[in-house]
Ligand binder design. Structure first.
Ligand code: TXA
Ligand code: MG
Length: 315
């Protein structure tokens, strides 16, 4: 792909040191991760946190995920527990975010955690973010690098499209491998998945016991409010075919390839489908369809996360 944006850079030593000095001054940058691209800033800096919320137009009540190189570095900011250690050992670095109790003496800026007494922490596996984390003495607050309530970015150009020149550095790390945001799990009481991701409940249950109840009355993850991930046009789920002038998102091999038909995975692989979801939503949005129809997608494994995002977008 030709780089038409002057604020997108390939990763090398020069851009690494420029990025680090940028972050030290409280500026924010666009970074690749294995899940989706993030808008990163120093989690201890008020200036950086204010910038992240205002750039994204994000409601102040929606807390950010704090990204660390490893658990050792997170210990000053959160209180870790046995469930955390079990999952950390198995899945980190990787696409899972843990909600833990915040330490009183933490340096995380209070508005990064939306003034809650808990913090979301994650250990990304992407080598570019890790090389930045290795060379800084602060963690990175990093929401997905999209305007609030829009589709998450899965390539550097998506970030540039949403923010234009308002971000001075976006590092190009190619297409996000996983393509859907991390699983968020609350470990402050009986573990509960707040946001489904590629690591599903079936897998997590092998290591710790989970609270699988559906409805907790209080919204625990403010970012899980309805009408999220919106491509800006109506979405109808569980459809057998699509109306004229509508896009049809399908899954599996039984669908004919019409020009309005977008297959998440011909070979019916849920991980492949998750990795293509946001890319396809962005393509569809540019084509001026009146709406989107979606075929049935199996609701297990990564399918839970796909259905969750599409359901939310359809509200
Ligand atoms: O894969 C990911 O997690 C990406 C990459 C960039 O790391 N980040 C990401 O961040 O998706 P964001 O800000 O778009 O989503 C963070 C989610 C939101 O739903 C937010 O409400 C929830 O995590 N969250 C953050 N702190 C929380 C807390 N203390 N309690 C409950 N939910 C929290
Ligand atoms: Mg997001």
């Amino acid at each position: 792909m030709k780089n038409i944006y002057s604020n997108i850079f390939s990763f090398n030593k020069k851009i690494l040191s420029k990025t680090i000095s940028f972050l030290k001054k409280g500026n924010v940058v666009g970074l690749p991760t294995e899940t989706v691209y993030g808008l990163a800033g120093n989690a201890y800096s008020k200036k950086a946190i204010v910038k992240i919320y205002s750039l994204k137009k994000r409601p102040k009540i929606n807390p950010l995920i704090i990204h660390y190189l490893n658990s050792e570095r997170a210990k000053n900011d959160v209180i870790i527990n046995d469930n955390f250690l079990k999952l950390y050992k198995k899945f980190c670095p990787g696409p899972i975010t843990f909600i833990l109790k915040k330490r009183n003496k933490t340096k995380i800026h209070t508005s990064a955690a939306a003034k809650l007494d808990t913090v979301a922490i994650r250990f990304p596996s992407n080598r570019i973010v890790r090389s930045i984390l290795r060379k800084t003495d602060f963690p990175l607050a990093m929401p997905s690098a999209n305007l609030s309530s829009r589709v998450s970015p899965v390539q550097a150009a998506d970030v540039a499209e949403d923010f234009k020149k308002k971000i001075k550095i976006i590092i190009n790390g190619g297409r996000s491998k996983i393509g859907i945001e991390s699983t968020v799990i609350d470990l402050t009481k009986k573990p509960k998945i707040l946001r489904p991701g590629i690591i599903g409940p079936e897998t997590i249950k092998k290591y710790i016991s989970l609270n699988l109840s559906k409805n907790s009355r209080k919204i625990k993850s403010p970012g899980m409010l309805k009408r999220h991930y919106s491509p800006g046009i109506p979405i109808k789920m569980n459809q057998k075919k699509a109306k004229k002038n509508h896009a049809f998102i399908v899954y599996g091999k039984k669908y004919r390839k019409n020009s309005n038909c977008y297959n998440l995975s011909k070979k019916a692989d849920l991980k492949e489908a998750a990795s293509k979801l946001y890319k396809i939503l962005r393509i569809i949005k540019k084509k001026k369809y009146k709406g989107i129809y979606v075929s049935k997608i199996p609701n297990h494994g990564a399918g839970i996360a796909i259905n969750d995002r599409l359901n939310r977008a359809s509200k």
